[in-house]
Every structure is written in structure tokens, then in C-alpha cells.
Design a protein around this ligand. Sequence first.
Ligand code: YSA
Length: 239
Amino acid sequence: MAHMKPAVRKGGVHPITLVTSDFVTLFRSLGYAVETGPERETEEYNFDALNIPEHHPSREMWDTFWLRGHEGELLRTHTSPMQVRYMQRHDPPYRVIVPGKVFRNEATDRTHEVQFHQLEGFCVTENTTLADMQQTLSFMLQQLFGNAIDIRYRPSFFPFTEPSLEVDIKRPEDTDWLEILGCGMVHRHVLSRAGVDARRYQGFAFGVGVDRIAMLRYGLDDIRLLYSGDLRVVNQFCL
Ligand code: YSA
């Protein structure tokens, strides 16, 4: 009896953490470095350095929480500012992912939250092409969801990529497509602004919605469940 251990209930791992760690394992195996960056950002990195000037209508793509009393500061609306921060501090070539929390001042629904997670990725070398981007992203999605997944690349617009695309996925059991990421070839203005010679280097970047991947992966029909604090969600993922 003296040796009986008290029963200890095991904790669970949040689905966002599980998905993020799968991404990290996958991209490390492809030679990508993993970085993190500040959630409190400046207008300069969140917008200007990404070729989104003040008063440009494209700023309306990102409904922003500005920090009252701190001129030019905000909660980052995407992980893309880290493209510039990283490139300014390192020499090319680059293969980097940046997982992190982002914030948008917008109405919530089944697939939209005011706080969610993205995973930024970028690969810039002397000869990286759009075909490399498609191959990398399709490989990533097939690793996460299996080869039966349908993947749709749609033309889109982002000020910091040219050309720009968005990607939707549909699993065999789904009736609708779900948009999961934005991507494109890094705009030469962004490279130049970060101090990279845009005549010599080129490459792609992307930003995936991690919460949406977690929803599909674990069969959650409402993104808000991820932030409800309901332990029944997390306890399904006991270690
Ligand atoms: C595009 C090109 C690049 O070179 C690099 C990155 C990007 C993505 C860009 N920074 C961006 O934020 N695009 S986005 O506004 O379309 O968001 C990317 C993904 O985040 C979406 O495809 C979606 O999966 C997810 N997302 C967007 N708003 C969301 C959301 N997820 C949950 N709640 C929201 N409110």
C-alpha cells in the first residue's frame, strides 16, 4: 500500500498548439528556420514596409486594433511584418516560418475570430519560382490532410505579393471549400525595403490560418470553440 501512487489526471494539449507543432516539424524537415515576433507592432512593419502606404484603400483589408495613446502602434493584423523584420537582420537566402497570434477588429462568426493564429512562411533564394510555391504548399496540405484533399489556387490581391493567390481546400467529406491561406511571390518593393537585392533574389511567401486548419483537422464546426475555455474541447487531446 505504501507504494500506491495517487491517480493524476493528465492534461490536454490545445488543438492550436498541436497544429502549430505539426507545422514546425514539417517545415524543419524542409530546412526552414522557426522564428517568432512581436504581437504589438508598428504601423511601419504591419503596413508601410509591406507596400501598404497610409491612406491606401488596401489597408481596409485588415481591420485594425490601434493602441490608444501610442501613436503608430497596433496589435499586428497578420504575421507578415516578420518577413521584413527577419530579412533586415539576416542575409539571403531565406527559408523561414513564423507562427503567432494575430488580431482583427472585425465581427466574429463560425470561421472568423478577433484573435486567431497564423503561420507565415517565406522562401527567398536566387531562383525560387511560383511552381516551387505551389509544390511546397500542396505538399504541406497533403501531409496534413492526406492525398485525397482537393486544393484550389485562386488569383487574389495582396499589396506585398505579385502575383497573389489564395488557397481553398475541400476534403472528401466536405460540401464547401474553406479558404485557408494567402500567398504569392514577394513583391520587389518589400525585398528592397528590407535591404535585399530584388534583381538577384526572388521567392514566395504565405500566411496560413492555423485555427481553420485545426477546425478541419479536429472536426470543430465553430472557430469560437477554440477560445471558449471549455475543457471538453481540450480534454479530447490528452497527452
Ligand atoms: C499573403 C501573401 C504573403 O506573401 C504572405 C502572407 C499572406 C497572408 C496575409 N498576410 C493575410 O493575412 N491574408 S488574409 O487576411 O487572407 O488571412 C490569411 C488567412 O488567415 C486566411 O486565409 C484565413 O485562413 C485566416 N483568417 C483571416 N481572417 C481570419 C482568419 N482566421 C480566423 N479568423 C479570422 N478573422
